[in-house]
Design a binder for this molecule. Structure first.
Ligand SMILES: Cc1cc2nc3c(=O)[nH]c(=O)nc-3n(C[C@H](O)[C@H](O)[C@H](O)COP(=O)(O)O)c2cc1C
Length: 216
Protein backbone atom coordinates (compact mmCIF):
# COMPACT_ATOMS: atom_id res chain seq x y z
CA UNK A 1 0.00 0.00 0.00
CA UNK A 2 2.75 2.42 1.09
CA UNK A 3 4.66 1.44 -2.05
CA UNK A 4 1.69 2.32 -4.30
CA UNK A 5 1.27 5.63 -2.44
CA UNK A 6 4.92 6.55 -3.04
CA UNK A 7 4.66 5.64 -6.73
CA UNK A 8 1.59 7.85 -7.19
CA UNK A 9 3.38 10.77 -5.43
CA UNK A 10 6.37 10.27 -7.76
CA UNK A 11 4.08 10.20 -10.82
CA UNK A 12 2.22 13.34 -9.72
CA UNK A 13 5.53 15.13 -9.20
CA UNK A 14 6.71 14.11 -12.68
CA UNK A 15 3.49 15.42 -14.24
CA UNK A 16 3.43 18.68 -12.28
CA UNK A 17 7.09 19.65 -12.50
CA UNK A 18 7.24 20.70 -16.16
CA UNK A 19 4.50 23.30 -15.60
CA UNK A 20 6.43 25.02 -12.79
CA UNK A 21 8.74 27.83 -13.78
CA UNK A 22 10.72 28.72 -10.67
CA UNK A 23 13.94 30.65 -11.17
CA UNK A 24 15.71 27.79 -9.41
CA UNK A 25 15.46 25.78 -12.65
CA UNK A 26 17.96 28.20 -14.17
CA UNK A 27 21.56 27.86 -13.13
CA UNK A 28 23.61 30.99 -12.46
CA UNK A 29 25.91 31.84 -15.36
CA UNK A 30 29.49 32.64 -14.40
CA UNK A 31 30.71 34.98 -17.11
CA UNK A 32 34.32 34.94 -18.31
CA UNK A 33 36.40 37.90 -17.15
CA UNK A 34 35.60 40.90 -19.35
CA UNK A 35 38.16 41.90 -21.98
CA UNK A 36 38.70 45.57 -21.27
CA UNK A 37 41.27 46.31 -23.97
CA UNK A 38 40.83 46.89 -27.69
CA UNK A 39 37.74 47.81 -29.64
CA UNK A 40 37.36 50.61 -32.16
CA UNK A 41 38.66 54.10 -31.36
CA UNK A 42 35.97 56.24 -29.76
CA UNK A 43 35.52 58.56 -32.75
CA UNK A 44 34.94 55.59 -35.07
CA UNK A 45 32.41 54.07 -32.66
CA UNK A 46 30.58 57.41 -32.51
CA UNK A 47 30.47 57.48 -36.31
CA UNK A 48 28.88 54.01 -36.34
CA UNK A 49 26.42 54.42 -33.45
CA UNK A 50 22.80 53.97 -34.45
CA UNK A 51 19.51 52.29 -33.58
CA UNK A 52 18.68 48.93 -35.16
CA UNK A 53 15.30 47.21 -35.23
CA UNK A 54 16.22 43.99 -37.04
CA UNK A 55 18.19 41.21 -35.35
CA UNK A 56 19.54 37.80 -36.34
CA UNK A 57 18.56 35.08 -33.85
CA UNK A 58 22.12 33.85 -33.18
CA UNK A 59 23.05 33.93 -29.48
CA UNK A 60 25.93 36.07 -28.27
CA UNK A 61 29.05 34.18 -27.10
CA UNK A 62 29.48 34.41 -23.33
CA UNK A 63 32.69 36.43 -23.78
CA UNK A 64 30.80 39.03 -25.83
CA UNK A 65 28.02 39.10 -23.23
CA UNK A 66 30.56 39.64 -20.46
CA UNK A 67 32.26 42.44 -22.39
CA UNK A 68 28.89 44.03 -23.22
CA UNK A 69 27.74 44.05 -19.59
CA UNK A 70 31.05 45.40 -18.34
CA UNK A 71 30.91 48.20 -20.92
CA UNK A 72 27.29 48.88 -19.94
CA UNK A 73 27.50 48.93 -16.16
CA UNK A 74 30.61 47.10 -15.01
CA UNK A 75 32.94 48.13 -12.22
CA UNK A 76 35.84 50.04 -13.81
CA UNK A 77 37.45 51.26 -10.54
CA UNK A 78 37.55 48.30 -8.18
CA UNK A 79 39.01 50.41 -5.34
CA UNK A 80 35.81 52.42 -5.07
CA UNK A 81 33.38 50.02 -6.75
CA UNK A 82 32.45 52.75 -9.21
CA UNK A 83 31.09 51.96 -12.65
CA UNK A 84 31.52 52.58 -16.38
CA UNK A 85 28.46 54.87 -16.27
CA UNK A 86 27.79 57.70 -13.82
CA UNK A 87 24.87 57.65 -11.39
CA UNK A 88 23.38 60.49 -9.37
CA UNK A 89 25.12 60.70 -5.98
CA UNK A 90 26.69 57.35 -6.83
CA UNK A 91 23.47 55.63 -5.76
CA UNK A 92 24.05 52.91 -8.35
CA UNK A 93 20.32 52.33 -8.19
CA UNK A 94 20.08 50.73 -11.62
CA UNK A 95 20.09 46.98 -12.06
CA UNK A 96 20.57 45.41 -15.46
CA UNK A 97 18.35 42.42 -16.16
CA UNK A 98 19.40 40.19 -19.02
CA UNK A 99 16.52 38.55 -20.87
CA UNK A 100 17.47 35.64 -23.14
CA UNK A 101 15.76 32.57 -24.58
CA UNK A 102 16.23 30.43 -21.47
CA UNK A 103 15.10 33.06 -18.99
CA UNK A 104 15.83 36.32 -17.25
CA UNK A 105 18.90 37.00 -15.13
CA UNK A 106 20.23 39.79 -12.94
CA UNK A 107 23.73 41.04 -13.75
CA UNK A 108 25.91 41.00 -10.63
CA UNK A 109 28.83 43.19 -11.72
CA UNK A 110 31.03 42.50 -8.68
CA UNK A 111 30.83 38.72 -9.07
CA UNK A 112 30.53 38.86 -12.89
CA UNK A 113 27.64 36.43 -12.63
CA UNK A 114 24.16 36.34 -14.12
CA UNK A 115 21.79 35.39 -11.32
CA UNK A 116 18.60 33.55 -12.30
CA UNK A 117 15.38 35.55 -11.94
CA UNK A 118 12.74 33.71 -13.99
CA UNK A 119 12.87 30.83 -16.41
CA UNK A 120 11.24 30.80 -19.84
CA UNK A 121 11.47 33.10 -22.83
CA UNK A 122 10.26 36.54 -21.68
CA UNK A 123 11.69 38.49 -24.62
CA UNK A 124 8.29 39.22 -26.19
CA UNK A 125 7.19 40.77 -22.87
CA UNK A 126 9.92 43.39 -23.06
CA UNK A 127 8.12 45.56 -25.61
CA UNK A 128 5.21 46.05 -27.94
CA UNK A 129 7.24 46.07 -31.16
CA UNK A 130 7.42 42.96 -33.32
CA UNK A 131 11.23 42.70 -33.48
CA UNK A 132 11.71 42.50 -29.70
CA UNK A 133 11.19 38.74 -29.69
CA UNK A 134 14.03 38.21 -32.22
CA UNK A 135 17.03 39.75 -30.49
CA UNK A 136 18.97 37.10 -28.53
CA UNK A 137 19.56 39.51 -25.64
CA UNK A 138 17.40 42.26 -24.23
CA UNK A 139 18.79 44.33 -21.41
CA UNK A 140 16.19 45.81 -19.08
CA UNK A 141 17.26 48.72 -16.90
CA UNK A 142 15.50 48.79 -13.53
CA UNK A 143 16.01 51.49 -10.90
CA UNK A 144 15.33 50.77 -7.24
CA UNK A 145 14.13 53.95 -5.55
CA UNK A 146 15.06 52.48 -2.15
CA UNK A 147 18.70 53.16 -3.06
CA UNK A 148 18.07 56.85 -3.81
CA UNK A 149 18.83 57.99 -0.29
CA UNK A 150 17.73 61.56 0.38
CA UNK A 151 16.05 62.07 -3.02
CA UNK A 152 12.67 63.71 -3.17
CA UNK A 153 10.03 61.30 -4.41
CA UNK A 154 9.09 63.59 -7.30
CA UNK A 155 12.66 63.26 -8.62
CA UNK A 156 12.80 59.43 -8.57
CA UNK A 157 11.69 59.01 -12.17
CA UNK A 158 14.07 61.69 -13.47
CA UNK A 159 17.09 60.14 -11.75
CA UNK A 160 16.08 56.64 -12.83
CA UNK A 161 15.74 57.61 -16.50
CA UNK A 162 18.80 59.84 -16.56
CA UNK A 163 21.08 57.24 -15.02
CA UNK A 164 19.76 54.48 -17.31
CA UNK A 165 20.38 56.66 -20.37
CA UNK A 166 24.12 56.73 -19.63
CA UNK A 167 24.18 52.93 -19.43
CA UNK A 168 22.25 52.73 -22.66
CA UNK A 169 24.76 54.93 -24.45
CA UNK A 170 27.59 52.69 -23.23
CA UNK A 171 25.73 49.78 -24.81
CA UNK A 172 25.31 51.72 -28.04
CA UNK A 173 29.03 52.51 -28.23
CA UNK A 174 30.10 48.97 -27.35
CA UNK A 175 27.80 47.61 -30.07
CA UNK A 176 29.10 50.13 -32.60
CA UNK A 177 32.62 49.05 -31.75
CA UNK A 178 31.82 45.33 -32.07
CA UNK A 179 29.58 45.41 -35.15
CA UNK A 180 26.52 44.43 -33.10
CA UNK A 181 22.98 45.71 -33.58
CA UNK A 182 21.22 47.49 -30.72
CA UNK A 183 18.25 49.72 -30.02
CA UNK A 184 16.98 51.34 -26.84
CA UNK A 185 13.24 51.33 -26.19
CA UNK A 186 10.96 53.27 -23.90
CA UNK A 187 8.00 51.36 -25.37
CA UNK A 188 8.00 48.58 -22.77
CA UNK A 189 5.13 46.49 -21.42
CA UNK A 190 5.89 47.61 -17.86
CA UNK A 191 3.21 45.92 -15.70
CA UNK A 192 3.60 42.52 -17.38
CA UNK A 193 7.38 42.72 -17.40
CA UNK A 194 7.58 43.90 -13.78
CA UNK A 195 5.49 40.90 -12.76
CA UNK A 196 7.56 38.45 -14.80
CA UNK A 197 10.80 39.88 -13.35
CA UNK A 198 9.30 39.73 -9.84
CA UNK A 199 10.01 43.40 -9.21
CA UNK A 200 9.12 45.16 -5.97
CA UNK A 201 6.85 48.25 -5.98
CA UNK A 202 9.95 50.40 -5.31
CA UNK A 203 11.49 49.38 -8.66
CA UNK A 204 11.03 51.36 -11.88
CA UNK A 205 11.56 49.89 -15.34
CA UNK A 206 13.07 52.61 -17.49
CA UNK A 207 14.38 51.29 -20.81
CA UNK A 208 14.78 47.98 -22.54
CA UNK A 209 17.58 47.57 -25.07
CA UNK A 210 17.87 44.78 -27.61
CA UNK A 211 21.33 43.51 -28.56
CA UNK A 212 22.25 40.98 -31.22
CA UNK A 213 23.85 40.48 -34.58
CA UNK A 214 22.46 42.52 -37.46
CA UNK A 215 19.82 40.70 -39.49
CA UNK A 216 21.26 39.71 -42.88
C1 LIG B 1 14.35 57.89 -24.60
C2 LIG B 1 14.30 57.10 -25.88
C3 LIG B 1 13.26 56.21 -26.08
C4 LIG B 1 13.21 55.44 -27.25
N1 LIG B 1 12.22 54.51 -27.40
C5 LIG B 1 12.17 53.76 -28.52
C6 LIG B 1 11.17 52.75 -28.65
O1 LIG B 1 10.36 52.52 -27.77
N2 LIG B 1 11.16 52.04 -29.79
C7 LIG B 1 12.07 52.24 -30.79
O2 LIG B 1 11.99 51.56 -31.80
N3 LIG B 1 13.04 53.17 -30.69
C8 LIG B 1 13.12 53.93 -29.57
N4 LIG B 1 14.12 54.85 -29.42
C9 LIG B 1 15.13 55.01 -30.46
C10 LIG B 1 14.91 56.30 -31.25
O3 LIG B 1 13.77 56.17 -32.08
C11 LIG B 1 16.15 56.59 -32.08
O4 LIG B 1 17.24 56.86 -31.19
C12 LIG B 1 15.96 57.77 -33.00
O5 LIG B 1 15.06 57.44 -34.04
C13 LIG B 1 17.25 58.25 -33.63
O6 LIG B 1 17.89 57.18 -34.30
P1 LIG B 1 19.41 56.79 -33.98
O7 LIG B 1 19.44 56.23 -32.58
O8 LIG B 1 19.75 55.73 -35.00
O9 LIG B 1 20.22 58.02 -34.11
C14 LIG B 1 14.20 55.60 -28.25
C15 LIG B 1 15.26 56.50 -28.02
C16 LIG B 1 15.33 57.23 -26.85
C17 LIG B 1 16.48 58.17 -26.63
Amino acid sequence: MRHRFLISIALMTAVLLPSWTPAQELAPIQLPAPQTEGGKPLMQALKLRGTSRAFAPDPLPSQTLSNLLWAAWGINRPDSGKRTAPSARNWQETDVYVVMTAGAYLYDAAANILKPVASGDLRALTGSQEFVKDAPVTLVFVADTVRMKGAQADMHQAYAWGDAAFISQNVYLFCASEGLATGVRAMVERPALAKALRLAPSQIITFAQCVGYPKK
